[in-house]
Design a protein around this ligand. Sequence first.
Ligand code: GLY
Ligand code: MN
Length: 449
Amino acid sequence: MNRLRIFALVLFALGSSLPALYALDKQPASTYHARRVALTATLQGGVAVLFAAEESALDFMPYRQDSDFYYLTGWNEPGAALMIVADAPQAATPRTYKEILFLPARNLRMEKYTGVKMDAATAGVEQAAGVDHVEPMTELPAELSRLLAADRPLIRNAWTQPDSAAATALLDFTAVTLGSSAVPQPHDVTSLTMPLRQIKDDGEIELIKKASAASILAQRVMMQWWVKPGMTERAIAGAMTAVWMENGCERPSYSPIVGSGINSTILHYSANDRTMQDGDILLVDAACEYSMYAADITRTVPVNGHFTPRQREIYNVVLGAQQAAIDAFVAGKSTINDRDRQDPNSLDTVAYNYIDTHGKDLHGQPLGQYWLHGLGHMMGIDVHDPANYPVALKPGMVFTIEPGIYIPEENLGVRIECDFLVGADGKLIDLDAALPHTPDEIEAAMRAK
Ligand code: GLY
Ligand code: MN
């Protein structure tokens, strides 16, 4: 029996001693409630209506909740809506804070395909939802109509997700119920949830750390057991997926990028259909999501376990660029993802300058031209959490630093990506510090069996 097979059996044995199913780890109901209250503080007396993600028409595709809806509710079932009404003591009819979760009627035929759901009549639903009021979805137009009938100008202070067909239909219909045909464009509620989501609370950081731990383990397993000439890129993606799922993650946080040789130079390569050759470099940008929170890790490794001098040289330039950005970091001042590299506080500029002044291509030209993307991005419920870049990095923010050099002429792409938390003291915390990082550490991890 070869070593890979023994390892697969060990993994299987470990897996079979774990619980058969992991539900999502939710934060306390009070946390989601506090987020809703915080959102209303920015509504200026307005009303927000958010819709949950629909179940996919392809019923064999797994369901994923809308990220803003999840952030505000922790609710993981399709088709719901959340209405939040802000305090408005000065309104024509003064209002106080109100929150209602509207649930669609159960579809018993659909439940045969996708499992049992809750509706507003389900026993204990208020407690399960943790929202002050739970009502049937049929009440949503009526609630909104009543609210707007008592304060007609409020329709100009309605907030929904952009591009929500349900929200547009709801507001159009509500206007009709009020005898009006002109409906002002609703405001984009995600512009208000974005700054809230950018600062992670302790519970969110714990979930991100769990996503990181499983992702680190899978990267280690990749280095130690799976990478060798003759192995397919897809087999590596599959082996890593097994580790994520055995460790409670529900899905990859993006399509795994396992690119060997020329494929290492394709930024979002996901076909993963090549067989790796002796002497290739392999770029593995692959990580998972734990209870809706992402990790995002890239390591670049030599397929035969030994970097060539040229691979090592380029690797060290990318590593140096990442370290230069880390060294330059100042909380509250440094920015990330400054595409034009105009911002004097830009970590992108620091990393770019390093790359452009270290090493050369085969024609003696600087390497800056081979780095094509931003230095990093915010991370959380979405692997690319929403942000208006460039963002000044503050305590509680989680983001990636991921410089890269991609030289197709040399079949050589190197990216190194780690996830960082800005601590309360303003210092950077590398969430992936446990993973081999330097060329020597990677070669040692590939030797260790
Ligand atoms: N890890 C994929 C990306 O950040 O685009
Ligand atoms: Mn990334």
